[in-house]
Design a protein around this ligand. Sequence first.
Ligand code: ADP
Ligand code: MG
Length: 268
Amino acid sequence: MAETVEPGHYSGKRDIRTNAVNYVIELAAIEKAFAGHQVLKKVSLRVKEGEVCSIIGPSGAGKSTLLRCVNLLEQPDGGNMIIAGQYLEAGRSHSRRDLLTLRRNVGMVFQSFNLFPHMTVLDNIVLPQRRVLKCSEEQARTRGKELLERVGLADKADAYPAKISGGQQQRVAIARALALDPKVMLFDEPTSALDPELAQEVLAVMKEVAASGMTMLVVTHEMGFARTIGDHLVVMEDGAIIEQGVPEQVMSDPAEERTRKFLSAVNR
Ligand SMILES: Nc1ncnc2c1ncn2[C@@H]1O[C@H](COP(=O)(O)OP(=O)(O)O)[C@@H](O)[C@H]1O
Ligand SMILES: [Mg+2]
């Protein structure tokens, strides 16, 4: 579980125990290599409570790997992080309990919706609550129905995933993640497999989740979302953050030539 953090561990040499700002996500010098290829090169990032941080950048930049390191779907090779108060360090084996705590605190939504095809929409949301939160069937179903209502799919509770649209499946995936009452939500290009109008309904749900105060880290190609919903924008290239700041500022007047090139390529 959460441990005391030694001062000086972080790139800013800041002792987080004495800091008034509440960062829900803190990554310090996160490194990851695959077969000798350095995919993350000491990435450091902080996201405040309730903030929406968007990550953009070309394919292969390491965006997905970074998100996967946050919930330890990938083990970083170097660095350390605090996620929702839990201190985690690269190169240390984490107990099952630590991983459970982390997975409970961090909800994730992927590009592919990953719903169980043989279960109804509602059962997809009930299952993780039963398994992870050990809720009663009745509690889980009540909460599941509330969440389906919230994402506008109350009438699809008994449908099977194959019978609803991709946008609806992704909204179910969001409801499923929210069912565990996470402190952080990670989104990895949640709309890139969808037609534009279906993408819009998913973005609307994400906007509502953001407005509810959720801390969110969102890898996206949706520049409109990053600009209007995002509080902070991070640009990654080649395993590193090349630029970050207020979305409007970074998008309209990037400091880096590489950011400018990337933005003009996606806006074409
Ligand atoms: N499991 C893996 N094994 C080997 N290489 C990987 C693996 N996951 C990602 N990579 C490589 O890491 C780099 C960054 O990938 P990724 O994080 O998916 O980038 P992005 O999401 O920005 O497109 C790519 O070169 C990719 O091929
Ligand atoms: Mg990716």
